[in-house]
Design a protein around this ligand. Structure first.
Ligand code: F0G
Length: 456
């Protein structure tokens, strides 16, 4: 089996290196399972040249700003536009890009009213090319996988990673292998992987089982793994924070709130914030908080019952299938960023999440259920006085509404909750429900409906 190198060669100080998050061992290459050869823990990418000669914050800001009017493929990407803070390419044509990033920062006037937080924003990563934040990481990881000579890429996924990976593999002329838990991901996401030509395996297990199997597979077959264990993914996902701060004119918000599943994204955003402060791009850190579904709350329990020192895995269950993860791979990185930024970690119920999703939808922007935990979590953090109403808060919406239409339709039809507390839940949410109606095709019937709706 070929052993492609993932290092940048030729310079005295390497432009980037892999460092183990546990034992600190640093290497210019990484083995295929993306784990430390010495102790087996996760790796992160570091930039040794920043020590002797850190890039100048003012120059970076003006370079990134100027690129916004450029038409070059690399500058049109909202990820590669920030390439000074990414692993270096020898040749710009190497990048596998779909013009990812460049996502809007929206004000949320109605959610502001609901929460009493006037300065409330949503960074909508669901408006990436395949409909989720995964694209920002995938462009970097797929680029380096192809550069290392791999013909095959692979991932375990709750759906969005597989959709994104399949698209970037296709664009980069690589084959892709998808491992998803059978019956536990949204058909919309599965359809994307199929459309982009992935070899798609629905395994009779959960996400954690798929990821375990993938980790064994990459040691046996020449496939490049594109889960967020791959540190290149997190480098790309860092750019969410860079783009956000640029949109806020480099004024640091008080809080950034993000959903937590496998915990790669929170780790990436935290890494970006720390690097930005180190380079003088910002002078203070926002608090980065992570919200999980109550039924998939491994990090919450790890912090509460394991003091953040040992992972407490759970058997995950939630309708937010994107974050239906019980054994998050990047939990140590996430604990580190929570501590470094002073963020909080909370859990929300299925009802709280469904309500928040409908409230975001009512803003006319919509998101998938996993993203809505951020608004539900904000309400909790306000109650705890961890977030103050006059502070600036950014919610990271990770996926597009169309990623999981079944959830939305079940919600509006009052079919989301079944069994025990269903009636209570449906009553609590009835104000937000807009069930579709079947009517006779008469003017009278439509007029009556309009009059009825006017009264609500
Ligand atoms: N939101 C959405 C829409 C997701 O798809 C995911 C993860 C998360 C939040 C959580 O992010 O794992 O970095 O903490 N989805 C992965 C997947 C696991 O396979 O698509 P995380």
């Amino acid at each position: 089996m070929p052993r492609p190198s993932t290092s940048d060669s030729g310079a005295r100080e390497p432009a980037f290196a892999f460092r183990c998050i546990a034992c600190g061992t640093q290497n210019e290459t990484a083995v295929q399972n993306c784990r430390c050869a010495a102790c087996g823990d996760l790796l992160e990418i570091v930039y040794p040249r920043w020590k002797p000669s850190p890039p100048e914050a003012r120059d970076l800001k003006s370079t990134w700003c100027q690129r916004r009017v450029s038409q070059s493929a690399l500058d049109l990407s909202g990820v590669w536009r920030f390439r000074e803070l990414l692993p270096t390419l020898d040749d710009e044509r190497q990048a596998v890009t779909l013009r990812e990033g460049n996502t809007p920062l929206y004000e949320l006037p109605q959610c502001s009213r609901v929460t009493g937080v006037p300065k409330l924003f949503a960074k909508h990563q669901g408006l990436n090319p395949t409909g989720s934040f995964k694209d920002t990481g995938m462009t970097v990881a797929a680029t380096f996988g192809r550069r290392a000579g791999f013909r095959w890429v692979a991932c375990a996924s709750t759906g969005n990673t597989s959709a994104s990976m399949a698209a970037y593999a296709a664009r980069g002329g690589m084959r892709s292998l998808v491992l998803v838990p059978e019956g536990k991901i949204s058909w919309s996401k599965l359809s994307q992987a199929l459309d982009y030509g992935a070899v798609t395996c629905q395994l009779r297990t959960d996400f954690d089982g798929c990821l375990r199997l993938l980790q064994e597979l990459v040691l046996r077959a020449p496939v490049y793994q594109l889960n967020s264990i791959n540190p290149f993914r997190l480098e790309g996902q860092k750019t969410l924070a860079l783009e956000l701060l640029e949109q806020l004119d480099w004024q640091t918000p008080d809080h950034i709130i993000v959903p937590g599943g496998n915990l790669g994204n929170s780790s990436a955003i935290g890494k970006a914030l720390l690097e930005m402060r180190h380079l003088g791009l910002i002078s203070r850190l926002p608090k980065l908080s992570i919200i999980q579904a109550e039924g998939a709350n491994a990090l919450v329990r790890t912090l509460r019952e394991g003091a953040g020192k040992r992972l407490i895995p759970v058997s995950a269950e939630t309708r937010a299938t994107a974050i239906r993860i019980g054994n998050p791979a990047s939990w140590k990185k996430a604990v580190n960023v929570l501590q470094a930024t002073g963020g909080s970690c909370e859990q929300v119920t299925e009802v709280e999440m469904a309500q928040a999703k409908a409230e975001i939808g009512a803003e006319g922007i919509g998101c998938e259920p996993a993203s809505a935990v951020t608004l539900a979590g904000l309400k909790k953090l306000l109650k705890q006085n961890f977030v103050k109403p006059d502070e600036t808060v950014v919610l990271v919406l990770t996926g597009n509404l169309l990623k999981d239409p079944d959830f939305t339709i079940d919600f509006h039809r009052g079919e989301l909750f079944k069994g025990g507390d269903a009636e209570k839940a449906n009553t609590a949410l009835s104000q937000l429900r807009r069930p579709p109606m079947v009517l006779d095709a008469t003017l009278d019937a439509v007029m009556r409906t309009l009059e009825q709706a006017e009264k609500v």
